[in-house]
Design a protein around this ligand. Structure first.
Ligand SMILES: [Fe+2]
Length: 231
């Protein structure tokens, strides 16, 4: 099932339709993790200011870049050098290593930026995903509540994910730097970062307020709709 996912190259080509990639590596390094670059955001910072302020976004992007840079550094001269980020994660699975942590965080953050949009854009799934969400959870609101509840239950840091599991939508928690690739067959749809750095500057310790705002106002179901349909 995992082989059916788009992979970094796949969804970055989706990305390119709206957001050109920023090239950060010299051409000779590209076959390595040269595919691993920072995506340009598909929104302006001020457009999500109602939920997250620019200082949070800037600090968060710096952290993301740190994961990208570290991953690129760690794969140099290793068997992972010619792999895509997806391939690296599948190969490492649950291995506790610096490379797995950094590669996972780079991957999850890229998905996070895809998963959010300015309030009012893509706030609910449409078509087949809407149908599946309604059937599985009872309604989109109930699905939102599941996402919030999942985030509230995280002790420490982690990620909330909406995934496709055997043709059904499901909400899962990935603790710390874990990704949905921990379990075969899960197709990632969207995620919310529940690490403290994602909200502390704006919400201090009120993680519930961040979760509520992120799930209700920030989630971009448009990408989830696409992933649901194409995988
Ligand atoms: Fe983060």
């Amino acid at each position: 099932m995992l082989e059916k996912t788009l992979g970094l190259r796949g969804w970055s080509s989706l990305l390119k339709q709206k957001m050109p990639q920023e090239e950060t590596s010299p051409p000779e390094a590209r076959p390595v993790a040269g595919r691993l670059v920072m995506p340009k955001l598909h929104f302006h910072a001020h457009d999500i200011g109602k939920v997250l302020k620019k200082h949070t976004l800037d600090a968060h992007l710096r952290l993301h870049k740190g994961y990208v840079d570290k991953t690129r550094e760690l794969v140099q001269g290793t068997e992972y050098a010619d792999m895509t980020l997806d391939e690296v994660l599948k190969k490492l699975k649950d291995e506790k290593s610096e490379l797995n942590t950094n590669a996972s965080q780079a991957w999850s953050h890229a998905y996070y930026w895809l998963s959010i949009s300015p309030p009012g854009i893509g706030t609910a799934p449409v078509g087949p995903l809407l149908e599946a969400v309604s059937k599985t959870f009872g309604s989109v609101d109930k699905c939102r509540n599941e996402l919030i509840k999942a985030g509230q239950g995280i002790v420490g840091s982690g990620w909330i994910w909406a995934v496709k599991n055997k043709d059904k939508p499901e909400v899962i928690v990935c603790k710390d730097a874990a990704t949905p690739y921990r379990e075969e067959g899960l197709v990632p749809l969207l995620c919310i970062d529940v690490w403290e750095h994602a909200y502390y500057l704006d919400y201090t310790a009120d993680r519930d307020a961040y979760l509520d705002a992120a799930v209700k106002d920030l989630i971009n179901w448009k990408f989830a709709d696409r992933f649901w349909m194409t995988q």
